[in-house]
Design a protein around this ligand. Sequence first.
Ligand code: ATP
Length: 600
Amino acid sequence: MLPNQLLLKFALRHPLPLIGTIVLGFSGALFNGVSTMLMIPVVLGLLGQEINLKGAPPLLQQAFASFEHLVGDARFLTMMACVLVAILLKNVTSYASTLTSGHLSRALVSDIRKEGLRLLLDVDLEFYVKTKVGDLINRLGGEVGATATAIRTAVQMLSTVITIFVFLIILLSISWQLTIISTVLLAIASLSNSFFVKRAEKFGQQLSDQSRDYSVAVLEMLSGIRLVKSTASESREYQKLEQLIHAREDADFRSQANASLIPPVNEMIGILVIVAILLLGRLFFRGQIEALSAILLTYLLILFRMLPFVGQLNNARGAFANLAPSVSVVNEFLRRDNKPFMSKGHIPYTAMTEGIRFENLSFTYPGHDRQVLNQVNLWLPKGTTLALVGSSGAGKSTLADLLPRFYDPTAGRILLDDRDLKDFELCTLRQSMGIVSQDTFLFNDSVRNNLAYARRDASDEQIIAAAKRANAYEFIVKLPQGFDTLIGDRGVMLSGGQRQRLAIARALLRDPEILILDEATSALDTVSERLVQGAIDELRRDRTTLVIAHRLSTIQTADQIAVLDKGHVVEIGTHADLLKQGGLYAQLHSMQFSEEPQTV
Ligand code: ATP
């Protein structure tokens, strides 16, 4: 879809404010034109000047004729009152038009934001691997605002064009010769604006790029604030961001300098047009200038009142060009055809009866050549535990990510009770799974709300029971406000082990049928590890569990252990079987045993 089509698509979703803005613009133009047209004859009449309407446009003659039954000052005073009413109506419609276009603009911002948010929630994880969060926040914030302004500018341009059109008709009815000349002169003036418009677009692109770079850099700095502080890199980070701020300031200045040139240039050209018309009028109406002075003055006044609208149109062209890059960014962002989306499946998932089969599973990350999983065949019966072990990079996390369909296999399939995972509704399927990983995510909210995140209807009793089973109750009640304590961004107020136990309690509360565990107890001390391990054992009980094991001591009781090496399953069996085989598992085991004798 072209950016302009995007603007039209969103604008058409709000037909009433859109039509309102245009109709009000048109009415304003009409009142403006009528009041201007009557102004000079009325003023001259009030000053006692003889008005000769011979040769005046029929429109003006008709307007005068409706007041013919009145005599003397009464006639011109009544006409003046009409002019004032027309000016009042023009201002009322212009106020209403501003409100309506403001409403349209706000509605458009909300619409685009909502569509952007929906897209962000629908799109696959793969999209996030390639896209920076700062960039996304910038798109949803500044760029959407700029796009809405672009739409509003386009609507205003339309209503300005209507106004100019109405003025032109009045001018044509007064003198078509002068109007042709003034139109040609004004068109040349507008063409000369193209230079500024082109530059406005270039500066708009620079501004858009720099806003993105700045947002990305700030977010990255904030996400890595611990690293920044621990390496005492504050001043380096500050300088990097300072440069970005200055670069943006410079681009903003260039953009403003260019945009500010448009009005004075237009005004000068407008004055030149007026002078030219005056001179040409003298030439055309030589000999009858006295008689036609009222009409010529009216013409000039209308032209004079029209010029700001021509200027406005030219300014709007510049502003629109300046905003066009943001429209392109938002257009690109809202496109769904170039982003990854999972097929959603159609069968609601209810319960498993037999188990999960990984069948000839191969996987390559999108956009990469290297196969990360190669012909993996595994069988995980219901209610049992399958542990994945292997060296770093062997493909354990990748295999675990295929189960909740964060990615789909490139070849082979995963069967749940003999039915392809892809057939199940994605939403109900994921609801049946609980994932507890090493990098536990906690919201900046109370302990209670963090626990109940996956189950909003959980009662206090259920929350407390889950916390107790996860060995988390004791530390929670010791927090300043117990379950109502706010735990800070990502749970910074808690220790690693406490965060993990909260994550486990959350999973217990959710009570998932299938559990995916990324066991990471290496960062914890022995007491913490024991508490976490106890909580994990509680969580695993009677569930179908896939465990990524980093410490072999924690999975010795697993029903099956699969050893992965470079994407292949090289060994499978129980702890005792694998030790007996004396293969890779036995090697890994003896290595860990010598490194960490206390944990085995
Ligand atoms: P670890 O024990 O260190 O977590 P792992 O066995 O879980 O390792 P994976 O994380 O599954 O290994 O990674 C397997 C391979 O896939 C690695 O070579 C890794 O570089 C690659 N990989 C992981 N994630 C991506 C990604 N999003 N895009 C491309 N390649 C990836």
